[in-house]
Unconditional design. Structure first.
Length: 283
């Protein structure tokens, strides 16, 4: 005896058709709203820094020097990595924008606003001449983290200086508006500069790296970096240290001291990278 057939409820075919229509609509919508590579590049930097360090730990309480160094590098390294990642994102944006312009394309308002902001941040005005493009590309480059860490350690006495503790200033950056920072105790008569105060240590790192990447005093450093980049060589702090002669009145003695610090503290930097480097960058 043949079993009676079971009639499929009408709702099931309707649900299937409805699901297919939703999928088709999503594909069409994505196609209509899809962005070009340059558009996407303007919004690809989504790395989040959980702690920009509003205050530094009191490193004076860590009397064991190796422990102090390890703690200092571990706290500061994420900030340097973050800012280098942001700079790398800017560099990718500029490369895609330049490609669009060379193809005769017109930049949309969002891209134009972004690239204008990047140029201004590096002391240039949009639109750029061919020579200014070269200048901008040389400026928008990462700064080796070992150089960042070692200058911070040198300038702030491993985070224990007054300017580091009270102003989050690890690099001795000056400002020239009354009340913008802390007045140096040994400031010469007639001088008006102050040591700048920052809301976070991240802001201090960003200001330092922007200074390295824009100030005419460090053009030699940027030239050294560009030469190494062009030939595909890894750029290390010791390679760029000769470009920092103007950072200190001590000139060559200061550069030699930085190189010695980078060589003698490499193991601490490597250890910090193992602890915070890859997990941080893989967010």
């Amino acid at each position: 005896m043949q079993a009676p057939s079971v009639k499929t409820p009408v709702i099931f075919p309707l649900l299937i058709v409805f699901s297919l229509l939703i999928g088709l609509f999503a594909l069409v919508s994505e196609w209509l709203t899809s962005k070009s590579p340059a558009d996407q590049a303007m919004t690809t930097f989504k790395l989040v820094l959980e702690d920009p360090l509003y205050t530094l730990p009191d490193y004076r309480e860590i009397t064991h020097i190796p422990a102090r160094k390890a703690a200092f590098f571990k706290a500061l390294l994420p900030l340097a990595l973050y800012e280098n990642a942001r700079i790398s994102s800017q560099r990718n944006q500029l490369a895609l924008v330049k490609q669009q312009l060379q193809q005769g394309k017109v930049l949309n308002d969002e891209i134009l606003k972004s690239v204008t902001h990047i140029a201004k941040n590096y002391d240039l005005e949009w639109p750029l001449s061919d020579e200014e493009w070269i200048t901008l590309e040389r400026r928008v480059h990462q700064v080796p983290v070992d150089l960042v860490l070692m200058q911070a350690a040198n300038e702030s006495a491993w985070g224990t200086s007054r300017f580091a503790r009270e102003g989050n200033n690890l690099f001795g950056q000056w400002c020239f508006t009354q009340g913008c920072g802390l007045v140096p105790a040994g400031r010469d008569a007639g001088k008006s500069h102050e040591v700048q105060k920052f809301a976070t240590v991240l802001e201090s790192v960003q200001a330092y790296m922007n200074n390295i990447n824009t100030h005419r005093a460090y053009r030699q450093l940027r030239d050294l970096r560009e030469r190494l980049y062009v030939v595909g060589q890894d750029v290390k702090g010791v390679d760029l240290a000769p470009g920092l002669l103007s950072y200190s009145e001590r000139r060559q003695a200061y550069v030699d001291e930085l190189v010695d610090m980078m060589n003698s503290n490499a193991k601490y930097v490597d250890h910090a990278m193992q602890e915070v480097g890859l997990p941080f960058l893989e967010q």
